[in-house]
Design a protein around this ligand. Structure first.
Ligand SMILES: Nc1ncnc2c1ncn2[C@@H]1O[C@H](COP(=O)(O)OP(=O)(O)O)[C@@H](O)[C@H]1O
Ligand SMILES: [Mg+2]
Length: 263
């Protein structure tokens, strides 16, 4: 079942992402004060940080949903901050976004939900679309769910469908905003396994915002911790855990209870 069969222009190679000195304020709230970040193609980077530290804002800046006040944002060799909307479109088709509390359209079947992103952005034929839906559902272990309505699915299944929708265009970068929040540990683990599978099988570059250290351990190639509007530490999960920076430890031990809670 070759991916290239239906989508020859997407070889599944992930994109790189770079941020340089990115700042963003809302009125007097200086949320991002100069963020530098690099995500290597085909790797998963986890963005950690306290509630309100600007993690979702960072993802929104990346997709061009809002502009940074200053700094640079690069998607491969394309500088995307300040890019005119028309030029942003071809970039956006290479991005998948699993929003925080991503909602499906309740009145649409799973299949219709998945076809939604294809309407504007794909030249696939009707047969190819149906095949793409089938293939994507299989990928998220939801084969055969085409005609179901969201209300007939569990929370974990809905999350899988939302993820399927995010990868319908076979993006080269997927942004996951708290993909496991609200799920029990077993279902959360299932989503994390999917994130790893998409990396492995589609070569997708992933940027994952999460609060759950179990998830970090499972999915992260690199971890970035946002504190006070800047990247306080960057490294592997083990390196970040072993940091003797009191601010880093303060954050991690504040989260420590979550490790216990889901163990
Ligand atoms: N569109 C907006 N307008 C004004 N303030 C915003 C907007 N988006 C985010 N903020 C503020 O920016 C801060 C960071 O938000 P967010 O990125 O959502 O935090 P989190 O790290 O929890 O995802 C919060 O104080 C939030 O209120
Ligand atoms: Mg958020």
């Amino acid at each position: 079942m070759s991916e290239q069969h239906t989508h020859p222009d997407s070889t599944g190679r992930g994109a790189s992402v770079r941020m340089r000195g990115v700042t963003k304020s809302f009125g007097s709230a200086h949320v991002l004060k100069g963020v530098d970040l690099y995500a290597k193609p085909g790797t998963t980077t986890v963005v950690l940080g306290p509630s309100g530290s600007g993690k979702s804002v960072l993802l929104r800046l990346l997709v061009g949903l809002m502009p940074p006040d200053s700094g640079e944002i690069w998607f491969d060799d394309t500088r995307v901050d300040g890019l005119p909307e028309a030029d942003m479109d071809p970039v956006r088709t290479q991005l998948g976004f699993l929003f925080q509390l991503s909602a499906l359209f309740d009145s649409m079947t799973v299949s219709e939900n998945l076809l939604f992103p294809l309407q504007e952005h794909s030249r696939l034929s009707k047969v190819e679309r149906r095949e793409r839906v089938r293939e994507t559902l299989a990928m998220v272990d939801m084969a055969g769910a085409e005609t179901k309505f969201p209300a007939q699915l569990s929370g974990g299944q809905q999350r899988r469908i939302a993820l399927a929708r995010a990868i319908m265009l076979r993006p080269r970068l997927v942004l996951y905003d708290e993909p496991t929040t609200g799920l029990d540990p077993v279902r959360a683990r299932g989503i994390n396994m999917l994130i790893n599978k998409l990396k492995r099988e589609l070569g997708i570059t992933g940027l994952v915002v999460t609060h759950d250290l179990h998830s970090v351990k499972m999915v992260a190639d690199r971890v970035v911790l946002l504190l006070g509007g800047k990247v306080r530490i960057e490294g592997t999960f083990e390196e970040v855990m072993a940091s003797d920076d009191p601010e880093v430890q303060g954050f991690l031990t504040g989260r420590g209870s979550e490790i216990g809670a889901t163990a």
